[in-house]
Design a protein around this ligand. Structure first.
Ligand code: SF4
Length: 381
């Protein structure tokens, strides 16, 4: 699908990133991959590496099955398939936060099978306490030592500027959501997804410049994005914009998300503390929670806040098949949301990310049900 002009740089970034990241790597740039947004990218950057989020490519998985069973999430399977096919040669390794068991195990599988110089997994705390912060401080110091052995060079003042840069990026991305929330014209979910995903594969300084250029164009013009039944989608990564198209075709309007490829990564925008390291730690112990770090009953009020802030009338759980942390939360979240009068639909995607006719019918039925509940004319909420 062709893009509006203001989106083209972001769409190009997604389609061409492999080529130019490879060219940059040949010119001496050191890229480090990460799976999950619980990875302290600011610290990796302050050590002299460029953090690039590893994403799979929807499609057929073959080679990866020699190393993993088929009952793990499509994201990890597709990413491993791409790595085994040489698709991540521009990476010097993988640094990962320990979120779910699959991502932690996968970092070790990559270490054994994909050539690289720096592999590391950060243990992540579940709680915020002085001892937690001390522990994380020691872990971050241990990483710095390891990164320097792998050719990196850490400087505290560079951490300060990395923190500033990533905070500016998050603030700018957040404004893309907030335009819509204020009732002002906004990018629709498909457009926002393209912008946010580009940030995972572009070096942060380049991406910040792209966001500034986007903001200066004030392209927020889509009146049609105001039509449709407002819904919130919740899950892990969305790896195909076709999902958004299918939801909109069914009559939904995605006004909010709780996705690790979306809003969840933006809060808090920054941490606070007496120095850069304390600021970094503060942000990571206060992350907007993913189900691998937080109980369903504690996520529920946060989801309700988002629903109230954005006027969402239903929740679609968009889950990668076999994603245990997300699937485990669904029964309790469904119970609590339904008790609060919020209808719920659960959609599971496999590695093809194909939206078949049956799924389209389920989406349409869900939207019609909400429409009926509120006695509205379709799209006039
Ligand atoms: S949280 Fe789910 S989607 Fe994310 S890596 Fe773990 S199993 Fe896969």
């Amino acid at each position: 699908m062709s893009q509006p002009d203001y989106l083209q740089p972001f769409a190009d970034c997604l389609t061409q990133s492999s080529q130019w990241l490879s060219a940059q790597a040949e010119a001496g740039e050191k890229h480090i991959g990460y799976f999950c947004t619980y990875t302290p990218v600011e610290l990796i950057h302050a050590c002299g590496f460029v953090p690039i989020r590893v994403m799979g490519e929807p499609g057929v998985v073959e080679q990866a099955y020699s190393l993993v069973p088929d009952f793990i999430c499509p994201f990890m399977k597709c990413a491993l398939e791409k790595a085994l096919n040489g698709g991540f040669k521009y990476l010097k390794g993988v640094v990962q936060g320990y979120t779910c068991d699959v991502s932690c195990g996968m970092a070790n599988i990559w270490k054994e099978n994909i050539p690289g110089e720096l592999y590391h997994t950060f243990p992540l705390p579940y709680t915020d306490a002085p001892a937690t912060r001390d522990y994380l401080h020691k872990e971050f110091q241990a990483f710095i030592h390891k990164a320097e052995q792998a050719g990196g060079e850490f400087r505290l003042e560079r951490l300060q500027s990395s923190l500033d840069m990533y905070a500016a990026i998050r603030r700018s991305l957040l404004s893309l959501y907030q335009f819509g929330e204020d009732g002002a014209p906004a990018l629709n979910a498909r457009e926002r997804h393209i912008v946010v995903q580009a940030g995972y594969v572009a070096p942060p300084d380049l991406f910040l410049g792209m966001l500034e250029a986007l903001a200066s164009q004030k392209p927020f013009n889509s009146r049609e994005s105001q039509a449709g039944i407002p819904v919130l989608i919740s899950g892990s990564l969305v790896e195909s914009v076709g999902v958004f198209d299918a939801m909109e075709k069914a009559g939904a309007r995605i006004v909010a998300d709780d996705l690790c490829s979306g809003y969840r990564n933006l809060l808090p925008v920054d941490g606070s503390g007496s120095g850069p390291m304390e600021r970094l730690i503060d942000r990571y112990v206060n992350r907007f929670p993913c189900p691998s770090r937080c109980r369903a009953e504690n996520r529920f009020p946060l989801l309700m806040d988002r629903i109230e802030q954005t006027g969402a009338r239903g929740v679609i759980f968009l889950i990668q098949k076999f994603c245990t942390p997300h699937l485990a939360d669904i029964p309790e979240l469904t119970r609590l949301l339904k008790a609060a009068g919020i209808p719920v639909l659960v959609v599971e995607m496999d590695e093809s990310w194909r939206m078949g006719g049956q799924l389209q019918t389920r989406l349409e039925g869900f939207v019609e049900m909400i429409d009926g509940m509120y006695g509205t004319n379709h799209g006039k909420i």
